[in-house]
Each structure stands twice: as C-alpha cells, then as structure tokens.
Design a protein around this ligand. Structure first.
Ligand SMILES: [Zn+2]
Length: 319
C-alpha cells in the first residue's frame, strides 16, 4: 500500500484491474455531494449511517485523531455511495489502462477550464492524471463523455501502433505556424477519438456538426476533395498514427513558395493566401523594381501583396 500525505490510495487486488487513486479532497467533496443529492440512488439508511458516523467522530475523537478518522470514513463511503464505481465502470472499458505499470490519479479542480487528463511517464511507470470538477459525479452524461474522450486519447498515447511522440517535428517556419499546426492536429485527433467512440455506441460531448464546422474552418485552404479524403480516413481507419494526422495538419503548401504552388512569398518568406495575379499595365514597373534588387526573381515566382506594396512605393519614390 502506497501512503502519501493528502492522497488516498485505492489499490485493486486483481493485478489486471486499473489502479485508481483519488485525492483526499476529491473524496471528501464527492462523498458530501453524493450523500446530499443521492444521484446514485443509494439506500437512505446508508446515507443516514454516514451522517451518524460523522457525528460520532465529532463527539468521540480528539482533535489529533479527527483528521485521520474523517479521511478513513470518507474513503469507506466512496465505495458505499458508489462513487468509485462511476470511474471503475468507465475505465474498465479501456484495456490499455489495465496494465500493472499504469496508475490513474483523480484530482479536484475548481473550473471547467482546469479540467484535463494528462499522461506522465517516469521510467516504466505511466501515471494518468485526471483533473476534474467534483460536481461531475452528479452529471452522468458529462462525466462519461469527458472521461471516455480523454481516456481514449491517453490510450492512443500508450498504444505502440499510434507511435505517439510529444517531441514530434513540425515543419512550420515560425512558432506561430507550429501552433496552428498543433491546433489543426488537435482537431483531427479529437474527431478521430469521437468517431471511434460513436462507433462503439457512446454519446460524445461535441456533435458531428460541431466538428465538421471546426474542420472546415481550420482546413479552409484545402480543396473540398482533399477535406473529404481526410474525413474519410478519420472515419474509416482504426489504425491511424500520430504522424498521419500531423502530416494532414501541416499545410504542405506552406513549405513551398508561391511559384511552386505553395503559399510562401519568395521575397519575404511569409505565408500568403492571396498573391498578386494581375501584372497588367503599370504593375509591370513594380516587377522591374523587384528584379533590380532580386535579379533571379520572375513574375512566375509570385509575390505577396505586402512585398508588392513595398516595391510599388519604391517605384513611386523614383518617379
Ligand atoms: Zn512577400
């Protein structure tokens, strides 16, 4: 048994059952909420007994003894009020979490924005840290949808076939571009997770329509046929790897110049979605000004509007 201050440990006797550790402050609040609202439909006599046991501790313990006595009581009622069962039934469906080197740690957070599930790797040990608002135990749909989505993501990270690496190389030319790639990758991964959950018959927090809108918005630069190809892969495959989705998230055109069919201005190297196409009349004078400074450059190589404006000003100065 592992004992740490402020942490209650629930170790399962069966080697292959997931090991779940609940933070003591999570347990205490969860037991109070479950006793107050009784969403798990527990027999009233058990809830009555909880209040009596609590009163007993107040009456019959010294201040020094009280903290440990309460902690023991709350842990006992974590089972009796079927709170641990909520987690066990969800986690039990994810076989990759049933390994002797995997521990799940549930801790309390105060807001929706702080909720997250992370994987920590220490040698052979894999710790899945689930940060959750305690009142989620009163929201059966939400807690199931949140945990299933997050645990599916963690299982991808644990699955050798997915070949997850936190340090995967991104081809963006700046931090900003790499962040855009990460955002797009995250949308693809979230979609891939929820597609598989829905196939198993589970409801998900985000609807198919929400994802399609986000997908359309983030991958606006692709042709319809390219978007359809990616979507069909997400929907049809059960063995995608991280690198597949990273490749789709990297806009391949962002590493090519405008003249090569890409999005990069050959002069300033910034990404440009609307290059100058009209070279009629006096605009040719701007092209001449560009060539004066960049003799290798031709109209075919393209130019972004910012560079065009810059050289346009230079010609006007000369005139
Ligand atoms: Zn430019």
């Amino acid at each position: 048994m592992l004992i740490k201050t402020g942490i209650s440990v629930i170790m399962k006797t069966n080697q292959n059952s997931p090991k779940i550790i609940f933070e003591s402050s999570f347990i205490e609040e969860a037991v109070f909420l479950a006793a107050k609202y009784n969403t798990n439909k527990i027999n009233d006599s058990i809830i009555q007994k909880f209040h009596e046991d609590r009163e007993n501790i107040y009456q019959n313990t010294t201040t020094e003894e009280r903290e440990l006595a309460f902690e023991t009581l709350y842990k006992e009622y974590l089972y009796k009020l079927k709170i641990s069962e909520i987690f066990e039934s969800i986690i039990s469906k994810f076989v990759l979490l049933h390994q002797p080197n995997v521990i799940l740690y549930v801790k309390k957070v105060w807001s929706k924005g702080q909720e997250d599930t992370e994987l920590f790797v220490d040698g052979d040990l894999r710790t899945v840290c689930i940060a959750l608002m305690v009142n989620r135990i009163l929201q059966p749909f939400c807690i199931q949808a949140i945990l299933r989505h997050d645990l599916m993501r963690i299982c991808d990270m644990l699955d050798p076939k997915f070949q997850y690496s936190p340090q995967i190389r991104l081809d963006g030319k700046s931090e900003l571009e790499n962040n855009l790639i990460k955002d797009r990758f995250r949308i693809l991964w979230d979609m891939y997770i929820d597609i598989r959950l829905r196939k198993k018959g589970y409801s998900t927090l985000k609807s198919v329509e929400d994802y399609q809108k986000a997908f359309q918005r983030s991958f606006f630069f692709l042709k319809n046929s390219e978007r359809e190809y990616i979507y069909s892969k997400l929907e049809g495959c059960d063995d995608l790897m991280q690198i597949d989705m990273i490749n789709w998230a990297q806009d391949a055109r962002s590493i090519k110049t405008l003249g090569e069919g890409g999005l990069r201005c050959p002069l300033c190297d910034f990404t440009c979605y609307e290059p100058i196409k009209d070279w009629s009349d006096e605009k040719l004078r701007v092209a001449e000004a560009v060539k004066e400074e960049h003799p290798q450059w031709t109209i075919k190589q393209g130019i972004c509007p910012q560079c065009f404006d810059l050289y346009s000003c230079k010609t006007k100065v000369k005139v």
